[in-house]
Write a protein that binds this ligand. Structure first.
Ligand SMILES: Cc1cc2nc3c(=O)[nH]c(=O)nc-3n(C[C@H](O)[C@H](O)[C@H](O)COP(=O)(O)O)c2cc1C
Length: 222
């Protein structure tokens, strides 16, 4: 692996060219990635979510970004999963987007909060019925004996809502499933450059007790 070496040369990232608001800068890069990345297999909204338990044991996994607003970055999951248990014990988390086609990485760290039940319900109801059934049936992160056990759990949910004549109106968002927001405290935008002299711009909160929107920008060594 030592011989694997790629040069990054697509673009630069300058303090004068970024938006002072990191949410706007994120949206700008996200839209650019959506426009420029044409590989159909690539999920621009896939992000690594790192959480840690109260002892500092870290865990990492991919989840899908389902929205960004002034509260933060939204994803949906099982509230009894390992990640949920870690978030319960320790609300600090980190998100990471890697868009290799753009030679870009975005790091976001902040605190995690559950979304309202109304928001979870609204998103749950927008999902394809088979995905909803899987979400209801899956004991996410718990040991299961075999694939058959999962398929039986799905069949039971299907049976409970009418079997072959599925009645979707009977399929409710369970209280063990829903959304989280990551409310950012820090953002870092990374652009790969030639000879490993990359550009890294970090947004940090100047003084959150004085001004919640007081984002400042500094350059970090690559
Ligand atoms: C491309 C991709 C997208 C995923 N999206 C989600 C998601 O949006 N929500 C989710 O709960 N799990 C998602 N997963 C599964 C998670 O990576 C993980 O296996 C699961 O959430 C259990 O994690 P945990 O045991 O750490 O809680 C996705 C996995 C991949 C590879």
């Amino acid at each position: 692996m030592e011989e694997l070496r790629k040069q990054y040369s697509l673009a630069g990232l300058d303090e004068s060219a970024v938006n002072p608001d990191p949410f706007t800068q994120f949206t700008h890069w996200f839209k650019e990635a959506q426009r420029e990345i044409t590989d159909s297999w690539f999920e621009v909204n896939a992000m690594a979510l790192a959480t840690a338990d109260k002892h500092g044991t870290v865990s990492n996994r991919i989840v899908l970004l389902k929205g960004v607003d002034e509260i933060g970055f939204r994803f949906f999951t099982n509230y009894e999963s390992e990640k949920a248990q870690q978030i319960e014990a320790n609300p600090n988390a980190s998100l990471l987007f890697f868009w290799p086609q753009m030679e870009r990485q975005i790091r976001i760290s902040g605190t995690v909060h559950k979304t309202s039940f109304e928001l979870s319900k609204k998103y749950f109801e927008s999902r394809p019925v088979k995905s909803r059934i899987s979400a209801v049936a899956s004991p996410q992160s718990k040991p299961v004996a075999n694939r058959g056990e999962l398929e039986d759990a799905v069949a039971q949910v299907e049976e409970s809502i009418g079997g072959l004549q599925l009645d979707e109106s009977k399929l409710h968002c369970p209280d063990y499933w829903g959304g989280y927001h990551v409310a950012p405290k820090e953002f870092e935008f990374w652009q790969g450059r030639e000879n490993r002299l990359h550009d890294r711009l970090q947004y940090y909160l100047n003084d959150p007790s004085v001004d919640e929107n007081g984002w400042a920008i500094r350059r970090l060594g690559p």
